[in-house]
Design a protein around this ligand. Structure first.
Ligand code: AFP
Length: 326
């Protein structure tokens, strides 16, 4: 049996990074316990305010955010934190070498119906050690990430993590409170017959995305010559985990539903960490055309259309979009 601590020690290329990952995953144990108690812990329901995204915050959104913030503020290697739930990044330790970004509770609309939710995290290098970190320090492309991962609070609590070239998975043992290694090199099939999209937005999509989904629905009677299946967890962490486990395509595409939003998902603490995991597991991740990890950010809360998963399917979506614009 290999625990997370064993794995990090075996890959101790950056002790500061290992320490920060340990801090984040330790908080994950607390969030997992709170979710297990659910309504009995008086933590369900609305917190009564909105976040920077203009979304109603759940009590657990705020609680998870505060737990991560407090723990990372005490970690000497953490120079600052950016969170989906906070307008601006929060400086931590000026001499730290790392910046941590997270969505503390992704899929929080699932909390009150006892469905899967997760924590997504991303670690970037901090280049101005000795000075107080600012929002602009986080504006680095996703290909600069030193690590990324998520905790999925499902029927069991699973940690997916990449700190080097591979993606590994751990399961939280509720008896010992250890993360135990269950997969040491996650790989995604290049082809799939399963896709995840919120189809109620069909009329807001661009024409090539409408064409793509029309073809999948036509199945063996259409161009693709085979039937497809859909799944939609309504928590990106759940859909991405399924893809890492058995392949598939996930997309929250560009839509015109809200004029000022390029899509719903945020680049820095949702799309970038998930794209790093997917690419290192052999999949693809684009905004329909461009590689997500190459996008140069302009704002810590900017949104981006997302198409990720089985490589050949992601490439097919790109072909449709490129050929459509010719
Ligand atoms: P919440 O955290 O507000 O529940 O949103 C989750 C999410 O950002 C992402 O995890 C899901 O894939 C997506 O939104 C679901 O969006 P829809 O509710 O529009 O299906």
């Amino acid at each position: 049996m290999t625990t997370l601590a064993d794995y990090l020690n075996q890959h101790a290329t950056n002790p500061a990074l290992n320490d920060v990952i340990t801090t984040v995953t330790d908080v994950g144990k607390t969030i997992s316990q709170l979710l297990r108690k659910g309504a009995l812990a008086d933590i369900l329901g609305e917190a009564g305010n909105q976040n920077v995204q203009g979304e109603d915050q759940k009590k657990l959104d705020v609680l998870a955010n505060d737990l991560l913030l407090d723990a990372l503020a005490k970690n000497a290697h953490c120079a600052g934190v950016a969170s989906e739930e906070l307008d601006d990044a929060t400086p931590a330790n000026d001499d730290g070498s790392l910046l941590v970004l997270f969505d503390p509770l992704d899929g929080s609309s699932n909390i009150d119906i006892n469905m899967a939710v997760g924590t997504i995290f991303s670690v970037l290098p901090y280049e101005r050690q000795g000075q107080t970190s600012e929002n602009s320090d986080y504006l680095q492309a996703g290909n600069k990430q030193l690590s990324a991962g998520y905790l999925l609070y499902g029927t069991s609590t699973v940690l997916a993590l990449t700190i080097a070239d591979k993606v590994v998975m751990f399961s939280l043992d509720p008896e010992t409170s250890d993360y135990v290694l269950i997969e040491d090199n996650v790989q995604i099939d290049a082809d799939t017959s399963e896709y995840a999209i919120n189809s109620s937005n069909y009329r807001y999509w661009r024409a090539p995305m409408q064409q793509y989904i029309d073809e999948l629905i036509a199945g063996e009677t259409g161009l693709r010559g085979r039937d497809f299946n859909t799944r939609w967890v309504a928590a990106m962490v759940g859909d991405v985990h399924r893809i890492l486990c058995r392949g598939g395509l996930f997309t929250y595409p560009f839509d015109t539903k809200y004029a000022h939003k390029a899509g719903k998902l945020r680049l820095m603490y949702e799309a970038n960490p998930m794209s790093l995991l997917i690419e290192r597991a052999g999949g693809g991740a684009t905004d329909a055309i461009n590689r997500i990890l190459d996008i140069e950010p302009t704002d810590i809360h900017q949104r981006v259309p997302v198409v990720l998963g089985s490589k050949n399917e992601v490439n097919y979506v790109k072909e449709l979009h490129v050929n459509y614009s010719k």
